[in-house]
Ligand binder design. Structure first.
Ligand SMILES: Nc1ncnc2c1ncn2[C@@H]1O[C@H](COP(=O)(O)OP(=O)(O)OP(=O)(O)O)[C@@H](O)[C@H]1O
Length: 221
């Protein structure tokens, strides 16, 4: 069953001649682990942002479950994104003044809900950062910060997790550990995951790989 369907997505940034993304259509199955690869500047991040409702396309549509997300107004889209999309970035993007536990529970709390203590505890344990729950991001290594970001993305069991070069700043061992956590969420909970990567070894572990070149979708496997 397709969880997400992107139809004829085109994105032209203001002032740019060529579109960053040019008529891309794809569908993502529930429970898929998809890697997006391609040269620098080819449009991978632009595609990821459009899949997650972070930016708006110039034309085309994205349907997540039965919601045509770009028909939503800004407020509706922000709420939808918070509930249905987990975002992970290369630079972690944690709130510096919040603790590990507070960073992870923030999206849920913004929704007016509380994360049960046992669920938070289990997730912290899975991520291997239980003893860091009261620490601030500045007191953590890069790998630990990315674990927090993964926790924040997974806690609400979103429809889809979108990760933009999640291991781009990490050494090989930490990179593999981060990927193992994402694969574990995919295998155990059926979490649908899309990862942009430049690393062939990481792409090789995905269930499907698509290639973006010059804003267009090339053949994948
Ligand atoms: N906000 C923006 N305004 C104008 N142009 C942009 C903007 N964001 C991206 N671009 C341009 O769109 C094209 C695609 O960028 P994008 O970041 O999607 O590529 P990418 O494949 O993710 O690159 P990288 O692998 O280097 O992260 C590039 O030419 C880039 O310069």
């Amino acid at each position: 069953m397709a969880i997400l369907t992107a139809d004829h997505l085109t994105k032209k940034y203001p002032g740019e001649d060529a579109p960053a993304l040019d008529d891309v259509s794809l569908s993502i199955e529930a429970g898929e682990f998809l890697a997006i690869v391609g040269p620098s500047g080819s449009g991978k991040s632009t595609l990821l942002h459009l899949l997650g409702g972070v930016d708006r396309p110039t034309s085309g549509s994205v349907q997540l479950y039965d919601t045509d997300i770009y028909k939503l107004n800004e407020t509706q889209l922000a709420i939808f994104r918070r509930r249905q999309v987990g975002l992970i970035y290369q630079f972690y993007n944690l709130m510096p003044e919040l603790t590990v536990a507070e960073n992870i529970t923030l999206p849920t709390e913004l929704d007016g809900k509380t994360v049960p203590a046992a669920i938070l505890d289990e997730l912290l344990g899975t991520l291997g950062i239980r003893e860091k729950r009261g620490a601030l991001p500045s007191q953590l290594s890069g790998g630990q910060q990315q674990r927090v970001a993964i926790g924040r993305a997974l806690i609400g069991q979103p429809a889809i997790v979108l990760a933009d070069e999640p291991t781009g700043k990490l050494d090989q061992r930490n990179s593999q550990e981060i990927m193992d956590l994402l694969h574990q969420a995919n295998a155990k909970s059926g979490q649908t995951i899309v990862v942009i990567t430049h690393d062939p070894a990481i792409a090789a572990q995905a269930g499907r790989v698509i290639t973006i070149e010059d804003g267009r979708l090339k053949e994948g496997r």
